[in-house]
Ligand binder design. Structure first.
Ligand code: FES
Ligand SMILES: [Fe+2]
Length: 384
C-alpha cells in the first residue's frame, strides 16, 4: 500500500480519491490533454502581500486557529522539546513525562528571558539569565536566592501555557483559546507513529508567506519554471485537485506513471509515480513523495519575509520492503537541490513587484483551484 492511499484510507469523513481512482483519473487527463479545473477566477489585491495592516490581521488569525507546529516524530521521547517562533510568538513545545505534548510561551516569569532554544531532550528548563527553573509541565520549581522574592508565589509563576494537541502524527498549537474537536475535523492522519524524522531545515526568504505557499499548490508552472529540474520527470499541468474545507490536496504525477498502464487496474500501486501535496490551511503543507514526506510551515516574519520551517520523515515500508533513512535522504535531496529553489526564487521575485504600479491584483485561474480555495477561506476567516 502506498502512503498516499494510506492517508486516504484513514480519512473518516473527508472524501478523497483512493489510489485506483487517482490513477484512472490521471490516465484520463493524459489521454485527453486535460487537467482538473476550478470554476472561479480569483483576484487577490497586491496590497495583501505587503501591507502591515493585512499582515497583522493574518497573524491574529494564525494565533486563533490550531496550526501545525511540528510532526509528532519531532518530539519522540519524554522530555523532547522544540523552541521556535510561531506567528511571531516564541513557543516552547514539550513532551511531558506523561507522554502528553504541551506548549508554553517561551518566556521566563522573572524578566522574560527565553528559557530554551532550538531542540533537544531535557528533564527541566533552567533560564539562562538568572537560573529560575521549570519542569516539563511548565511549573516553576526553583528560584536561586528565593528570599529576595518574598511575594513571588511559585504556583502563579509557571510558564504560560497555550493549547496544544496531537492528531494524525502532527502537533497543533492554538495560541488564543482552546482547541476544540470541531476545529480539527479536516485534520487528516498524515503520519504514522513509526515514521521517523530524519531532518529539519529552516530557510528565510524575502517573500510574503502566501506567495511561498502558492508555489506549492499548482502544476501549471512545471514546464516553464522547472524546465530542467522537475519537468524532465514530471508532467506539465496534469494535476488532481481536491479541496476539503479550507484544505486541499494537489497530486502531481511523474512521467513514470505510464508504466502502470500495463498492470491490471486492481494491482496498480502509485508508489513513487506521483507526489501529493496537502495544504493545511492556512500556512502549512505536507508533501508525500516516494521515500519521504515533509511538513513545511511558512512562518510569517514580516509582510515581506518568511521562515520556511520543514521537518522530514521516512515513509512507511511498501510491500514489506523497508525504506532506509539513506533512501529517504536521497529522495529529499533531489527535491531540495532542484525545483524547490526555483519556487522560492519566483516568490522572492514576485514580492518585488507587488509594491509597484504593475498589478492591482494577482489573478488565479481555473488551473489554480487550490490557491483559489485558500484565498476564499482566508478572506472569509479574516472577515469575521
Ligand atoms: S529572566 Fe529568567 S531567571 Fe531572570
Ligand atoms: Fe514549483
Amino acid at each position: 500500500m502506498s502512503d498516499l492511499s494510506a492517508c486516504s484510507d484513514l480519512v473518516e469523513h473527508v472524501s478523497l480519491l483512493n489510489e485506483a481512482q487517482i490513477i484512472e483519473r490521471i490516465f484520463k487527463h493524459i489521454d485527453n490533454g486535460t487537467t482538473d479545473l476550478g470554476d472561479t477566477v480569483w483576484r487577490e489585491p497586491v496590497a495583501h502581500y505587503h501591507t502591515q495592516e493585512r499582515f497583522d490581521a493574518e497573524i491574529a488569525l494564525l494565533r486563533s486557529l490550531p496550526v501545525p507546529f511540528c510532526p509528532s516524530a519531532a518530539l519522540p521521547e519524554k522530555g523532547s522539546y522544540i523552541a521556535r517562533q510561531a506567528a511571531g510568538t516564541p513557543l516552547l513545545v514539550v513532551r511531558g513525562l506523561d507522554g502528553e505534548v504541551r506548549a508554553f510561551i517561551n518566556a521566563c516569569r522573572h524578566r522574560g528571558m527565553q528559557v530554551a532554544e532550538g531542540s533537544g531532550c531535557s528533564r527541566s528548563f533552567v533560564c539562562p539569565y538568572h537560573a529560575w527553573s521549570y519542569n516539563l509541565e511548565g511549573e516553576l520549581k526553583g528560584i536561586p536566592g528565593a528570599d529576595a522574592f518574598p511575594d513571588v508565589d511559585t504556583k502563579q509563576h509557571g510558564l504560560v501555557e497555550v493549547s496544544a494537541t496531537e492528531k494524525g502524527g502532527i502537533v497543533y498549537v492554538k495560541q488564543k483559546g482552546q482547541i476544540n474537536a470541531d476545529s480539527m475535523e479536516n485534520c487528516l492522519d498524515y503520519f504514522a507513529p513509526e515514521q521517523k524524522m530524519f531532518q529539519h531545515t529552516e530557510l528565510t526568504d524575502q517573500a510574503n508567506w502566501k506567495l511561498l505557499t502558492e508555489t506549492l499548490l499548482e502544476g501549471y508552472h512545471i514546464k516553464s519554471l522547472h524546465r530542467n529540474t522537475f519537468y524532465p520527470y514530471g508532467l506539465d499541468n496534469v494535476n488532481l485537485v481536491e479541496t476539503f474545507g479550507a484544505n486541499s490536496r494537489v497530486i502531481f504525477p511523474f512521467r513514470r506513471i505510464e508504466k502502470l498502464r500495463d498492470i491490471e487496474p486492481s494491482k496498480r500501486r502509485l508508489d513513487g509515480t506521483a507526489t501529493s501535496v496537502y495544504h493545511l490551511f492556512p500556512n502549512a503543507s505536507v508533501s508525500v513523495l516516494s521515500k519521504h514526506s515533509s511538513l513545511t510551515i511558512m512562518e510569517p516574519l514580516s509582510p515581506s519575509s518568511t521562515r520556511l520551517v520543514s521537518y522530514f520523515v521516512v515513509n512507511r515500508q511498501t510491500d514489506d520492503i523497508e525504506i532506509s533513512v539513506e533512501q529517504a535522504q536521497r529522495d529529499a535531496e533531489f527535491v531540495q537541490s532542484s525545483g524547490q529553489d526555483e519556487d522560492r526564487e519566483a516568490a522572492r521575485a514576485i514580492q518585488q513587484t507587488v509594491t509597484t504600479a504593475a498589478n492591482t491584483h494577482l489573478t488565479f485561474g481555473y488551473f489554480e483551484k487550490a490557491i483559489v480555495n485558500f484565498h476564499q477561506h482566508l478572506a472569509k476567516q479574516l472577515d469575521r
